[in-house]
Design a protein around this ligand. Structure first.
Ligand code: ATP
Ligand code: MG
Length: 398
């Protein structure tokens, strides 16, 4: 079994996984706990191509990714629908690539709307099971009474209304991938049954005494803190460890703001196709607002915002007035000022994480050119190099 980070503090989110099987491998690409609660802080500058003094007259011009070509080449084919080239996302691609051709269970964590299901589909699409089915079950959306038969199937007459035998999602995922979304919502009783599937690949449909064999690869996703759910007795620890063989963390959009322009262009293209409205441009000022907003609903919120803007746009270019009030920042003075969480904050870890994030953004934006990154950060090159060394900030291994 691979190294499970367990409750030890996670590695810095941008750290490079040197080898999947190495004991030192930081498989969990999560934030430091303190950083996760760090309120949004102002970026030093928005994107290069969205200058702070952008006027309403200017149209945003897409710029080429600053990501080294090697990193782009490394993106697995199945991840090509996953837009973005920030270093945190590229780290996710690399892990997907490495784990896809194994049968190991993958636990995908991340806030709502970050793209967990997209990543789960990529794991399937990249695996030898890609020609088999991808069967998804949203454990949070199905009432508990129905979820058992939804997962395991049932025999005829197993319960009132069961007029016919019905296969469950496990059977439907045979030779493919079973995607268990919102796994944290599973009841304790069903957790036991799922554990049996993971441990011995065995299960019984509701009302059936037979023991069936499951040939499925399980990928689960959650937007809740499962470690805390375990500590509070809401989630079985043994199941948590079974699921958490490989943990993939999909970072919040505000932590990878450099992906926003690319996502905006992608969603403009899909919205054009969906709505038939030929809106091909966006003003620099509108793009700047999109890059500065903190996106609590993550990529899903951005997707909806762009679709709405394409529909509302009166001319041929999206303008700030086509964006919702919350994105324009009206009525929310000081939205970028840090707010101290109720529970307090580990100041040093928060500042450290903030610093690391900005250094990475500067390096990403300049294609890891230290001179230019130092210039963006108003540091001497040697100071930046020292900081990178101390903080162990390095590009992904080619
Ligand atoms: N990197 C991305 N590139 C393109 N589209 C994306 C990306 N990330 C997310 N999306 C889109 O955003 C929407 C939300 O993504 P998805 O359903 O995968 O998120 P999720 O993390 O599973 O959300 P939830 O926790 O609410 O279930 C989808 O329409 C998805 O296609
Ligand atoms: Mg989902």
């Amino acid at each position: 079994m691979y190294q499970i980070p367990g409750s030890t503090p996670p590695a810095p989110r941008n750290s490079v996984p040197p080898s999947l099987f190495g004991a030192e491998l930081p498989l969990r690409l999560s934030e430091r706990p303190a950083a996760a609660t760090l309120p949004p802080l102002p970026e030093p500058e928005p994107m290069d191509s969205v200058a702070p003094d952008a006027t309403r007259d200017e149209t945003y011009t897409p710029r080429r990714s600053s990501l080294p070509a090697t990193a782009l080449r490394e993106r697995p084919a199945s991840m090509r629908g996953v837009v973005g080239s920030s270093s945190t996302l590229v780290d996710v691609f690399a892990i997907v690539d490495r784990v896809a051709d194994t049968d190991c269970t993958v636990l995908i964590t991340g806030e709502s709307g970050t793209g967990k299901e997209l990543v789960a589909r990529a794991v399937h699409g990249q695996s030898p099971r890609r020609d088999g089915p991808f069967a998804a079950v949203n454990c949070g959306a199905i009432p508990e009474a129905l979820l058992e038969s939804e997962l395991f199937g049932h025999t005829r007459g197993a319960f009132t209304g069961a007029h016919q035998a019905k296969p469950g999602r496990i059977a439907l995922a045979e030779r493919g991938t079973l995607f268990l979304d919102e796994i944290g919502e599973l009841s304790l009783a069903l957790q036991v049954k799922l554990l049996r599937v993971l441990q011995s690949r065995e299960y019984s449909p509701v009302g059936d005494t037979r023991v069936l064999k499951a040939d499925v690869r399980v990928v689960a996703a959650t937007n809740i803190d499962l470690e805390r759910a375990v500590a509070e007795g809401r989630f079985r620890q043994d199941l948590y460890y079974r699921l958490n063989v490989i943990m993939l963390h999909v970072p919040e959009l505000k932590r990878r703001a450099s992906d926003i322009p690319e996502l905006v262009e992608h969603f403009m293209a899909t919205a054009r196709e969906k709505t038939g409205r030929q809106i091909a441009h966006i003003s620099r000022a509108a793009m700047q607002l999109l890059c500065e907003y903190t996106w609590p609903g993550n990529v899903r919120e951005l997707e909806n915002t762009i679709e709405r803007a394409v529909l509302l746009c009166a001319g041929d270019r999206i303008e700030p007035s086509d964006l919702p009030v919350r994105v324009r920042g009206l009525g929310t003075p000081g939205r970028n000022s840090p707010k101290l969480p109720e529970s307090g904050i580990d100041l040093r870890a928060a500042v450290e994480s903030y610093e690391n994030d900005l250094i990475r953004q500067a390096l990403d934006r300049t294609g890891w050119n230290k001179n230019r990154a130092a210039h963006l950060l108003k540091l001497n090159r040697t100071t930046l190099v020292e900081m990178m060394k101390r903080k162990r900030i390095a590009p992904r291994a080619a």
